[in-house]
Design a protein. Structure first.
Length: 299
């Protein structure tokens, strides 16, 4: 089997208009030793597969037979990968031509870096992220304009390079989350089990994140965000759970409410968001290892 330097893994669920922006930028990368694995998470939009096969026949497509979520779809791609480095990409991104090359060059020169990212831009050119640290059991994102490499506690899997050996040594991404906080879990799991690897952010703005890649609505986003915050904290920061119950989650509800009540017709939607968030919070607080049993058996 031909060994590649990089395997690019892109989990997708609908979002064809984003792929039409991302995939040309992936195909145009100025390095030759990489392959692309697209994992379709049982998208209702079946035109996506035919589009990829027609436009990018050299990309590998794996079709999930059911919707298993971002983390498990990444795992499907990792199992099929041949690269020394795994590049995990959100489908609602766009890359600079040197994206792969600059990450690989840095990783080749710095063997202690286990996970590497770069400065992430919003669509308007503002900085979305230049690294993350955990404070009070919660990921806090830097948005300053760094000019040198920054060492962090978490690299956002919006676009991240992971040495494949980390998946081999520390296990695949946890199926406990479906989506959201799964990358936080992976980074902390590596950090807690070994002091060999560091995580870093390149100062170059090599990726743009548009922020919405699928048909998931704000109700579902609220549910998964609230639930998985608790799942994550119960695993790594159990002493912070009550703080989220009384401070973090109410703040999330209020921000959602403010977004909706700007238009009076959105008040019913705002109420649904709050109920969804409460459901997510309760689901997270009740989380135990059995929650992931079905996903583990499927994998």
């Amino acid at each position: 089997m031909n060994k590649k330097k990089v395997s690019v893994i892109i989990p997708i669920y609908n979002g064809k208009k984003y792929l039409e922006r991302l995939l040309p930028s992936v195909a145009a990368q100025d390095c030759g030793s990489y392959d692309v694995i697209i994992v379709d998470d049982n998208s209702p939009d079946k035109t996506i597969i035919s589009y990829i096969k027609e436009k990018y026949p050299h990309f590998t497509i794996i079709e999930n037979h059911e919707n298993i979520g971002f983390a498990c779809s990444v795992n499907v791609g990792v199992r099929a990968s041949r690269g020394k480095y795994i590049c995990v990409l959100n489908s609602d991104t766009e890359l600079q031509k040197s994206y792969i090359k600059e990450h690989v060059d840095f990783l080749e020169k710095n063997e202690n870096i286990g996970i590497l990212g770069c400065k992430i831009l919003n669509e308007d050119g503002s900085i979305q992220s230049s690294g993350v640290i955990f404070k009070d059991g919660y990921p806090h994102c830097f948005t300053d304009d760094i000019s040198e490499v920054r060492y962090v506690e978490h690299v956002d899997f919006v676009g991240a390079f992971v040495r494949k050996e980390l998946f081999e040594f520390f296990g695949l991404m946890s199926p406990d989350y479906f989506m959201k906080f799964d990358d936080c879990d992976f980074c902390l799991r590596v950090a807690k089990k070994s002091n060999k690897y560091k995580f870093a952010i390149l100062p170059q703005p090599l990726i743009t994140h548009f922020g919405r890649s699928n048909s998931m609505n704000c109700f579902d986003n609220t549910f998964y965000y609230c639930r998985n915050l608790f799942v994550f904290q119960k695993k790594f920061f159990p002493e912070e759970v009550l703080g989220s119950v009384f401070l973090r989650i109410p703040d999330i509800f209020l921000s959602r409410l403010k977004d909706c009540v700007k238009n009076p017709r959105m008040i019913p939607a705002a109420a649904k968001i709050i109920l969804s968030g409460i459901k997510g919070a309760v689901s997270g607080l009740r989380f135990n290892a059995e929650d992931s049993k079905d996903h583990l058996e499927k994998l």
